[in-house]
Design a protein around this ligand. Structure first.
Ligand SMILES: [Ca+2]
Ligand SMILES: [Ca+2]
Ligand SMILES: [Ca+2]
Ligand SMILES: [Ca+2]
Length: 536
């Protein structure tokens, strides 16, 4: 394999932060010799009982093949003292560089994408973007609508990923596609009732959200979205100077669906309770195969049975996924709402740096920031697997609270794995079952069977220990591998079954962390990031 730069992908640090491991080949080591003693060293290596042969790699460096049953550590120990031998090293496996060149990714500012422990964070407490990007970075096929207060589509890190209405000729004063909007190029504005979704005055919330989903990645400027390449549709539903009305929300959803959006990001919400009209709109999106990712809200409340909507629609519709927020240590953000029956997934929402107006970047806090991380992941997922469906199902009594970061990881891992596995027949369903009082069961059903040979690649490394426990499958199964580690660390378990008729089922059983009613993280938040941005 080609030599490429090593990247930080050591997700095993989630469990074991002191001894990160990398995989290396069994049956061989690499040997170098002291200057002037090459021949003597080579002779001593060749004569060693643990070595069956040598091969010159180049530059005087040799590969030494080991006798059957000789472990790499044992060989290193035995050969290191041999005459003329300067070093003996394992044949490590590296991986492709997966981080885009955007400065805010490279310098760690965007911890949510790549958390290596910077700024007091926990390595691996991120959405595993580098592992996901190893598989796919987005193609721009999937259109994602940002239902918000507009997008500054002139931002240099957004303009390249903006959706363009294919039926509209810009600037001719004519409604070419006959959709009721003249010259609606980047989306539409239902709050201001015109065709230009550019944000009103100082509004910048939607611009920030858009950058989290899909700021242009690998363009050498600013940051990167979860989807490095995508198409962002700006659907402005906010009445200038205030909030949004349900009428404009419905108009916006209808516009998004009619113009081919497959993902709708709704970092929005109010305390108006279940409305039939709002339900019907999101159900209409469901009928069109559209998935809606919405924010749980920022009231530090258990919102199961609460009046927060559209978040609460997740209790009724399997195409509505409600997102809580986590911080750089995988803890629920202090402001975040929660409740497993409603907000089943969580994603980074504290101190999230993204695009704002006038070409700038700024950190915001909020479930509004968590939501687009998931929307971006779904977008990348769909770009790679356009025939798949993705649904979230709640079964049984799902009231109560649990540790949301685990499902966050399940979700991002699901995406990485789905991308890797190509296109099995049928869809993928994530089932969250909180039927029993002391555990939550998550099933990831792959309706098409993953071949047994690949399943072995997924889970075989788990049988080993230490360094051999690391998957060598390069991305394949890495996510589930780590999930299993995380689940174990929390006292849970994971089971896998696969058969040709029933497909593949991954079942994760996770203990509830706290009883219903309590905030999962009452304590431990004295070290919040500073400066404290506004909560969105
Ligand atoms: Ca038009
Ligand atoms: Ca026109
Ligand atoms: Ca406007
Ligand atoms: Ca960029």
């Amino acid at each position: 394999m080609a030599h490429r730069p090593r990247v930080h992908m050591d997700l095993t640090q989630l469990e074991d932060r002191t001894t990160p491991t990398a995989s290396y080949a069994d049956g061989r080591v690499i040997v170098g010799f002291t200057a002037g003693q090459e021949q003597a060293g080579l002779t001593s290596v060749r004569n060693a009982s643990v070595v069956t042969g040598t091969e010159l790699l180049g530059f005087g460096i040799y590969e030494a093949k080991l006798a059957p049953g000789v472990s790499v550590p044992a060989a290193i120990q035995m050969l290191s003292g041999a005459a003329g031998v300067r070093y003996v090293e394992p044949d490590y496996m590296g991986d492709r560089a997966s981080l885009p060149n955007d400065p805010l990714v490279q310098d760690g500012t965007q911890w949510a994408l790549n958390n290596f422990g910077q700024n007091g964070g926990t390595a691996g407490a991120d959405i595993h973007a580098s592992a996901g990007w190893d598989q796919a970075v987005g193609t721009g096929q999937t259109v994602v609508a940002v239902l918000d207060d507009g997008i500054d589509y002139t931002h240099p890190d957004l303009i390249g990923n903006m959706w363009h209405n294919p039926g509209e000729i810009p600037g001719d004063g004519i409604d070419n596609d006959g959709n009721g909007h003249i010259d609606d190029i980047y989306g539409a504005d239902f709050g201001e009732n015109d065709s230009d979704p550019f944000p009103h005055l100082t509004d910048t919330h939607g611009t920030h959200v858009a950058g989290i989903i899909g700021a242009v990645g690998n363009n050498g400027i600013g940051g990167s979205g979860v989807a490095q390449k995508t198409r962002l549709m700006a659907v402005n539903i906010f009445t200038p100077g205030t909030g949004y009305f349900t009428t404009d929300e419905i108009r916006g959803i209808a516009y998004a669906v009619a113009h081919g959006a497959k993902v709708i990001n709704g970092s929005i919400g109010g305390f108006y309770g279940l409305l039939q009209a709002e339900y019907d709109a999101y159900n209409g999106a469901r009928a069109a195969g559209v998935i809606c990712i919405v924010a749980a809200g920022n009231d530090t409340s258990n919102i199961d049975n609460g009046p927060q909507f559209p978040a609460g629609l997740a209790r009724y519709l399997d195409n509505v996924v409600t997102i809580a927020a986590t911080d750089r240590n995988d803890q629920l953000s202090t402001f975040s709402n929660y409740g497993v029956g409603t907000a089943s997934l969580a994603a980074p929402g504290s101190f999230v740096v993204s695009t704002i107006r006038n070409g700038q970047y700024q950190p915001f806090n909020g479930t509004s920031m968590a939501t687009p991380h998931v929307a971006g992941a779904v977008t990348v997922f769909w770009d790679a697997n356009p025939d798949w469906t993705l649904r979230l199902q709640h079964l049984g009594d799902t009231t109560g609270v649990w540790d949301p970061d685990r499902l966050s990881q399940v979700f991002s891992n699901l995406v990485a794995n789905a991308v890797q596995h190509g296109r099995p027949e049928g869809g993928v369903t994530v089932i969250v079952d909180g039927a029993t009082s002391d555990e939550v069961r998550v099933e990831i059903r792959n309706a098409g069977s993953i071949p047994q040979s690949r399943l072995a690649l997924l889970f075989e490394p788990l049988a080993g220990s230490g360094s051999t426990r690391r998957s060598t499958a390069r991305g394949l199964g890495l996510g589930l591998f780590i999930t299993r580690e995380v689940v174990r660390a929390h006292g849970g378990q994971i089971d896998v079954t696969s058969n040709e008729e029933g497909g593949t089922v991954f079942t994760l059983v996770l203990p509830r962390r706290v009883a219903e009613g309590g905030h999962p993280n009452e304590a431990g938040h004295s070290n919040l990031e500073r400066p404290t941005p506004e909560v969105c």
